[in-house]
Design a protein around this ligand. Sequence first.
Ligand SMILES: *Cc1c(COP(=O)(O)O)cnc(C)c1O
Length: 409
Amino acid sequence: MTTLFADLNPPPRILMGPGPVGVDPRVLRAMAMPMLGQFDPAFTAYMNETMELLRQLYRTKNKWSFLVDGTARAGVEAILVSIVSPGDKVLVPVFGRFGHLLAEICRRCGGDVVTIDREWGTVFTPEEIEAAIKQHHPRILAVVHGDTSTTQAQPLDEIGALCRKHDVLLYTDATASLGGMNVAIDDWKVDAASSGLQKCLSGPPGSSPITINDRIVEVVKRRRHVEEGIRPPDFIEGDGPIISSNYFDLGMLMDYWGESRLNHHTEATSMLYAAREAVRIVLAEGLDACFARHRLASDALTTGLTEMGLMLFGDQRHKMPNVTGVYIPDGVNGDAVRGMMLNDFGIEIGTSFGPLHGKIWRIGTMGYVCRKENVLIGLAALETCLRQAGFRAKPGVDAALSVYRGAGQ
Ligand SMILES: *Cc1c(COP(=O)(O)O)cnc(C)c1O
């Protein structure tokens, strides 16, 4: 009973799992700022600024770059429920857990979903994806960019051009990759993308930055949005199948974020403050500098782990720099080591799902957590926990430190 009335006081943690991550204190401060009315010019100015910040983050000129309130899958659902009409053929290449999520959501939208599969730990070649496009003639290709469940990033630079050639719309889930590695929406000809704050953007879960181009806007405009009779007079309205969600209707969201500012939901004020600050921090560091910081951490971490005598998981050419999969050594209880990491060192590392469950740990170096001291402390702690668990880990911290020294740090 007494704890119910005690102040919330979470234990100190270093979050080195695949998300959520430790939040940048600047973001936490922004979230403590006072509320504004949602149509206060000061607040709508923040909304417009956030749209411009998101364009820079996504490397796009897309006017419609804005926030969907909710965790990362809010953005996924908003895009998919708004573009997948019942009966639409959707191709989903699956190379990890989140590919299954995209397929599931597309099915719920009434899509006629075809999946192609790769062994977890690998990604598709453009040829494989083109062959599937030629075989199935989808209207939409929905693919995860970086799948934290397998640490792999699907290269997208050639996929967009392929989709244009075959008149397919390309949506990607960039939740894990945005802010940690290059996501070049315009160069890659990606039509729609969504993300979350709680990975490389160093914010709390609860806001989903999305971007959509004119090809997507056209599709959305052809859908119906609200039942006949109750729609506002200047509402964009097509004659296609109705979008089956009000909250996630991109047409209504565009009318709320656009010049008409038609009332829809109440923008989650504190989350908008958080998102705006989180993106400002990344852009102030510089996108390329930020990606380089993630790559360096990945190099140092993988060098340290290998030196300790551990084996890395997955195709290293396609590993995301912000999460590393490492095999649990034979005879070691993976959950016991994770428990020791948490209870004795205050460090969270990730377990794994599906076919990888019990086989690998996933160690995140994302956003604000992606710093030299965390990499070194994490390695030192893991080394000790492994020895406690009966595995003779060799020292790995020195090798990781030399990677940082080699980069002048
Ligand atoms: C982490 C992650 C998500 C998380 O979605 P939430 O709704 O924020 O839990 C979605 N997609 C991918 C690819 C992820 O890595």
